[in-house]
Structures are given as structure tokens and as C-alpha cells.
Design a protein around this ligand. Structure first.
Ligand code: PML
Length: 247
């Protein structure tokens, strides 16, 4: 069966406003384009681009996402302490180094601005991304029957952001060299973030302070990770997920 990648991005005065992508069958193209247009035009824009490309490389079909576990805390400090201890256990990186990396995400990791993509950190705590302002973006991932999964998640109190972040982190964590991920949203009122491990997607609330405009992701990778292969996988390998696992 033929699948197409559909990517939308919009901007205003060259500042990014909105971006989203899907992988769909030809029969779903028209609805998807309309949906992405609606999404991209919710806020003022002076540029909106929708790119449609047939996928020619083999698609990796994944049966289930990481298992979702939701944990609530009294404040971001408590949630981040949980995240730090979990990451320390998963990566072996000392707490002090982890704390510094996480602080960067909360305060603007690209010279005081948000990085566009994720930071890559090896198990010695060293940053490996090719460009520290841009970072790396995971793309080419979606669900089969996205609408069905979206409805299921929303009914259970999750959000569309959960749906997208869960797909992205599932693609990340099935890659053998990625050990864990840390994420907070750059949306100032979206306080739920997550730590993903090989098995779980730990949703942590609140992981950031209300009103904070900063956000981003850190991918923790093994020390001998081949960076070119990692970039190629994250950006170019199409992944379709069949089902969602709620713990
Ligand atoms: C969740 O609700 O599960 C956390 C989603 C984090 C979204 C990060 C983003 O805005 O991209």
C-alpha cells in the first residue's frame, strides 16, 4: 500500500508559528491536508507550506507505543527530582550534570532561546548534536488510525499533545542507541512533561513552572552511537504505530 508524508509549517515574519506532520494513505490525503491547514491557520501567519511526498523507503510498523504512566507532584521541583533520579538510574550520568542539562532546557538551551530540535547527550554527559542551536528533530512518525487513538486518549483525560509526544518518543526509544528522553513543552501553560525509558512514558505533572516560555527535549544515547546513522533514523525512517498502551 502507498503511504504519503504530509508536512505543514507556518510562520509570521519568519518566526515559526505552527508545524505538524502526518503519514497517511492516499485515501486520507484530502482530509489530512484540510486538517493541517486548519491547524496551521489557527494563529496569524504570512507563510504556510504543506508538503506532500510519497514514501519510498520501507515503513517500520510498531505494534504498541511505550506504556503510559501518569504521576502527579506538588510542584515542578518535586517532579524534576523524580525525573533526575530516574534519568540517573537509566543513564548512569551524575545528578549534577543531569541537573545542569535540564536547567538549560528550562532556561533556553540555544543561547537563551529554545532549541528547534532536541539535544543529544551521551552517557558521559557530553552533548553530541551537530548544531547546538538547531538540535535534532524526530520526524516521519504517525499512528495507523490516528483518529481512533486520539479519541481514546482524550476520553481518558490525555491531550493531543500526549498523542504526538507518545508517538515521537516511541520512535526514539525503539532505536537501540537511545536510552532515555526528557521533555517539557515550549507552550507556557502546558505543564505536563515526560521522561521516556525503554518501556515507559512517564507523564510528570507539573514538570515546568507556569508561564515559562522555554521547552525542549534531551535524547540520552549510548557512548558509541554513530551520530550520522542516528540522524538518518530520526529524520528519515518512516514509523507507523498500531496501538497505544496505557499502563
Ligand atoms: C503529555 O501530555 O503527555 C506531555 C506532552 C509533552 C508535549 C511536548 C510538546 O509540546 O511538544
Amino acid at each position: 500500500m502507498d503511504y504519503f508524508s504530509v508536512k505543514m509549517r507556518s510562520s509570521l515574519e519568519e518566526n515559526h508559528i505552527s508545524g505538524h506532520e502526518r503519514i497517511v494513505k492516499v485515501s486520507e490525503l484530502e482530509n489530512t491536508i484540510n486538517e493541517l491547514f486548519k491547524r496551521g491557520s489557527r494563529k496569524s501567519f504570512d507563510f504556510l507550506n504543506i508538503k506532500i511526498e510519497k514514501i519510498n523507503s520501507p515503513i517500520l510498523f510498531i505494534k504498541k507505543t511505550l506504556k503510559i504512566k501518569t504521576l502527579n507532584f506538588n510542584n515542578p521541583k518535586e517532579a524534576n527530582n523524580f525525573a533526575l533520579n530516574l534519568l540517573q538510574k537509566e543513564t548512569g550520568i551524575n545528578l549534577n550534570t543531569l541537573q545542569k542539562l535540564i536547567k538549560l532546557i528550562h532556561t533556553g538551551a540555544a543561547s537563551g532561546k529554545n532549541m528547534r530540535g532536541a539535544m543529544i547527550v551521551n552517557l558521559k554527559g557530553e552533548r553530541l548534536e551537530k548544531n547546538r542551536e538547531k538540535g535534532i528533530r524526530t520526524t516521519m512518525v504517525d499512528y495507523i488510525n490516528r483518529e481512533k487513538h486520539k479519541k481514546k486518549l482524550i476520553k481518558k483525560g490525555f491531550t493531543e499533545r500526549t498523542l504526538d509526544a507518545l508517538a515521537l518518543s516511541t520512535k526514539n526509544l525503539i532505536y537501540p542507541d537511545i536510552v532515555a528522553e526528557y521533555c517539557i513543552s515550549d507552550e507556557p501553560d502546558y505543564l505536563t512533561g515526560y521522561v521516556a525509558t525503554k518501556k515507559y512514558y512517564f507523564r510528570l505533572t507539573p514538570l515546568k513552572e507556569k508561564g515559562n516560555l522555554f521547552g525542549g527535549r534531551i535524547y540520552f544515547v549510548k557512548n558509541n552511537t554513530d551520530i550520522d546513522k542516528l540522524y538518518n533514523y530520526l529524520q528519515n525512517t518512516p514509523v507507523l504505530i498500531e496501538d497505544i498502551e496505557i499502563g
